[in-house]
Every structure is written in structure tokens, then in C-alpha cells.
Design a protein around this ligand. Structure first.
Ligand code: C2O
Ligand code: CU
Length: 478
């Protein structure tokens, strides 16, 4: 259920103001660029102005990388080395976490756990090899709810050695914002309703940092459409209706191409999905893309695909499967099992949990703003608390996740990619490799991975307000 907010912006439609009829200001990457790199030499986090609501209102004061929302698109080739200086021009510390990339611990961007926070005025140099191809993203891991929510995020694409042939390679950064009447971001103050429900949902949805909802397409063309959910809390589930896209990758990792259906569509916070969309139809026709993540309560039109001139290219064969990334598969026969029980939140039965070794009642927990637990433990300060589990380097693990709450939770593991091997006790026919798994209310799932990257890694809910409120843990691999 979406949060109801009493501002001038109606959360039930994206077009709270009529969008302009100009062409969508989205990141359209010509085919040629799919083999060329593009990145700045540094990323600067600073306050900036963003035209989120276009010419329908004032500019919005945001925090951004290189003064753009989303931040600059970083694009590399598989096997390249990323080398970027991150400069902090905010008035609080920050870091950058490379979501989904399997990096050495010192580059993971978790304050205190993997590096010292970057203080205002300071810089930090990130450098690591890009082992995996796919669609990834970057964001701070310091005061995440506020910093990511203020606009600090960007997409990082690593091109395959052999990318799938398409006419255009396009990114849609899906985000939402909680704006007041003057299009300014409402304060990030602790709000027990957000915390105990599904996090800070916005009242305005943007694609690539604007409310513009027209996207030009050409009948006959084949698009690679990379969906990236950078919202603090919102799940998106896009329905392309008659266009029936193919899904070719999830969280950057290839799958056997299959049609996007409603079982596959939900994209939780942090997750990505690469689609192949073949544009059928004739010039002048318009198709709607509907977000129905919270249907039947509500659904809204996210984007209109507006057909202009024909394209000459007609490729509607089944797209070929991309080559797997070099992720070592877990040994399921000898894997050790670890259980994670999720409890808490509104309409949950949690009566209390342990904080820093001391049992607290639910009333006391609410007082602390900590209403979610993992295995009966509420993590307070992850870098001070001992790791929840210590894993052996080189050993395979199956994490049994049990969501005993009334809310969905996208769970993200740092430093590794895992396979989702079962849901609700049912083995899955195809075991997707991912870095974030979305659990529905009361759902259980098993994920498996080889613990091959030493360090102290976070394993947390990517609804950033849940993470803040205790739904986080550290596993140490030694
Ligand atoms: Cu995208 Cu620990 O996060
Ligand atoms: Cu959660």
C-alpha cells in the first residue's frame, strides 16, 4: 500500500502536472557507444539543482554526483579497471558503494566496515577491475536513506565482450521523490509510519530524473532497455502490454531469454533488469507502459512509447543468451546452511528483540526507531556490532531466508552474486544469479553462493528505511 501524503502532488498518478510534449530527455545511447567507454575522471558529490518537474515548477534542490540526477552514466568494457576519484562537497561524510559489482572489500564503500567515510572536503580513490558485465549502479552507503533519496545515484554499465545486437541501448533509471508544493524534497526525519510499513515512498515518479513520460520509438527497431530501480523503497513492476519484451538479464547477470510476465516483473529497490523490446506497430501509434507494482490498489502510466518514423532494422528472433559472468557456482551438495528470520514491522507479531546484547520490548524498540530484526537481533551500528555470522573462505553456503512479516523486502548481499535456488520450498527451474532478492510478505527463499571474497560484507534490506531501522547484518568471510 502506498503511503498517503498530503501535498499538492497526487501519488496516484505520475502526471500531477501535464508533461511537456517534447521528446523524452532520457539517456539514449547510440549503438556505436555500446563498445566505447564513457566516464568522467572523478565524481563530485555536492548540492545541485534538478529540473525533476521540468518547466512545471521550480527546480528541486538535490544532492547529486557531478550536478546531474541521475549521476553520470559510467560505461566500461568487461575486464577494464575502474579508477575514479570521489570528492565530497556535501556538508556530511559520504562513500560510494558499487551495487552488484564484486569488488575487493576495501572498495565496497561501507563506512567503517570497508573504509573511513569521506569527510566533507576530502576525496577517496576507488579502483578495481570490472570482472562482470551487465547493468550495475552506484550510490553512497553513508546515511543511505537521505543521501540516496536526495539524488546521489548513477548507473554503471559494463559491456559484454559480445553484446547482444540491438538498434539502441537505453537506460531507464526508475526513482521516486517525496516533494512538497514547491517541488522541494520533504525532510528525511524519522517517520515511524514509513519505517514500519514499506519505507519512504515518494509522491512523484521520475525516469532518468524527469517526470517526462514520452519516449520516442521507431517501429521495427530492437531496443535493449536497462531498468534500474534506485528508489529508496518503491518496487516497480512494469507492464509493456502487447510489446511483450524479453528479459535477458537480472541484476546484471544473463538468464535464458524469456518473455516478461507478471511473475518476473517486480523490481525491488536496488534491482535491475535488462529487456529486449521489439517495437511493433506503425508511426503515430502510442503504447503505454504501466507500473502495476501496487495493483490492484493502484497502477499508473509510467511512460508512453510514441512511435515516430520507421526503422529499417527488423530483428524479432529470440535474442541470444549472453555469456555468463565469471561467478564460481556454489557447491550445493556440500553447502552449509544458515537461516535468516525476518521479523517486525507493522502488523507483524514481533514482541521484542536484542539490541547490542540487551533484550528490548517492542515499545522500547519503537522508541529507538528500530522495528525490524534479523534472527531476533536489531543491528544498531553494524560496524561496532560483531558480525552475525563468520563464514569460511572457499566454502559454499545456502542462506535460508524467511520473511515472517507483512511487508516485502529486497535483500542485498555485498561482495558476491548468489543464485536464488528456491522459493517457498519449491526448487526453481532456472536459478537466477543476482545480488538482490525480493521476498514477498510471508515468503521464504533460499539463496546459494560460494564465499570467495574475504571481508566483512553487509547483507541487508534495500528498503533504506528498513536498513536504518535494524534490518541489516554483517557476515564476515575469513
Ligand atoms: Cu545498494 Cu548495501 O546497497
Ligand atoms: Cu525491508
Amino acid at each position: 500500500m502506498p503511503t498517503e501524503i498530503s501535498t499538492g502532488f497526487n501519488p496516484h498518478r505520475r502526471r500531477f502536472l501535464q508533461a511537456s510534449a517534447t521528446a523524452a530527455a532520457v539517456a539514449i545511447l547510440p549503438l556505436e557507444s555500446s563498445s566505447s567507454q564513457s566516464f568522467p575522471s572523478n565524481l563530485v558529490a555536492s548540492p545541485a539543482d534538478a529540473a525533476l518537474v521540468l518547466d512545471h515548477g521550480p527546480v528541486t534542490k538535490v544532492w547529486a554526483f557531478n550536478e546531474t540526477v541521475p549521476g553520470p552514466l559510467l560505461r566500461y568494457r568487461q575486464g577494464d579497471t575502474l579508477s575514479l576519484m570521489v570528492e565530497n562537497k556535501l556538508d556530511q561524510p559520504t562513500t560510494v558503494h558499487w551495487h552488484g559489482l564484486r569488488v575487493p572489500i576495501g572498495m565496497d564503500g561501507v563506512p567503517h566496515l570497508s573504509q573511513k567515510p569521506i569527510d566533507p572536503g576530502d576525496s577517496f580513490h576507488y579502483q578495481f577491475k570490472l570482472e562482470d558485465a551487465g547493468t550495475f549502479w552506484y550510490h553512497p552507503h553513508f546515511a543511505s536513506s537521505q543521501q540516496v533519496g536526495m539524488g546521489l545515484h548513477g548507473v554503471l554499465i559494463v559491456d559484454e565482450y559480445e553484446p547482444v545486437a540491438v538498434d539502441r541501448d537505453v537506460v531507464w533509471v526508475l526513482d521516486d521523490w517525496r516533494l512538497d508544493q514547491d517541488a522541494q524534497i520533504l525532510p528525511f526525519e524519522s517517520n515511524m509510519r514509513d519505517t514500519s510499513h514499506n519505507g519512504r515512498l515518494g509522491n512523484v515518479v521520475t525516469v532518468n530524473g524527469t517526470i517526462d513520460e514520452k519516449f520516442e520509438v521507431h517501429p521495427g527497431e530492437r531496443l535493449r532497455l536497462r531498468l534500474v530501480n534506485v528508489a529508496n523503497a518503491r518496487t516497480f513492476a512494469l507492464n509493456f502490454n502487447d510489446l511483450e519484451p524479453w528479459v535477458i538479464a537480472v541484476d546484471g547477470h544473463p538468464i535464458n531469454p524469456r518473455r516478461l510476465d507478471q511473475s518476473l516483473a517486480p523490481l525491488g529497490s536496488g534491482q535491475r533488469m535488462d529487456l529486449i523490446v521489439d517495437i511493433a506497430g506503425n508511426p503515430g501509434e502510442v503504447s503505454s507502459v504501466i507500473d502495476q507494482a501496487y495493483a490492484p490498489n493502484f497502477a499508473y502510466e509510467l511512460m508512453q512509447l510514441v512511435r515516430t518514423d520507421n526503422s529499417t532494422s527488423i530483428q524479432n528472433s529470440v535474442p541470444k543468451r549472453l555469456a555468463d559472468n565469471p561467478v564460481s557456482p556454489p557447491d550445493l551438495v556440500h553447502a552449509k546452511r544458515i537461516s535468516f528470520l525476518f521479523e517486525g514491522g507493522a502488523m507483524g507479531g514481533m514482541t521484542g528483540a536484542t539490541v547490542e546484547g540487551e533484550f528490548k520490548t517492542i515499545q522500547e524498540l519503537v522508541g529507538l526507531g528500530k522495528v525490524w530484526s534479523l534472527n531476533g537481533i536489531v543491528q544498531n551500528d553494524v560496524h561496532l556490532d560483531p558480525p552475525m555470522f563468520t563464514l569460511e573462505l572457499g566454502q559454499s553456503y545456502i542462506f535460508e531466508l524467511e520473511n515472517r512479516t507483512a511487508w516485502e523486502h529486497p535483500f542485498h548481499l555485498h561482495g558476491h552474486s548468489f543464485q536464488v535456488i528456491s522459493r517457498n520450498g519449491e526448487p526453481l527451474a532456472e536459478q537466477f544469479t543476482r545480488d538482490t532478492v525480493l521476498l514477498q510478505p510471508e515468503e521464504s527463499a533460499e539463496i546459494a553462493f560460494l564465499a570467495d571474497n574475504p571481508g566483512k560484507w553487509m547483507f541487508h534490506c534495500h528498503i533504506l528505511e528498513h536498513q536504518d531501522a535494524g534490518m541489516t547484518s554483517v557476515i564476515e568471510i575469513i
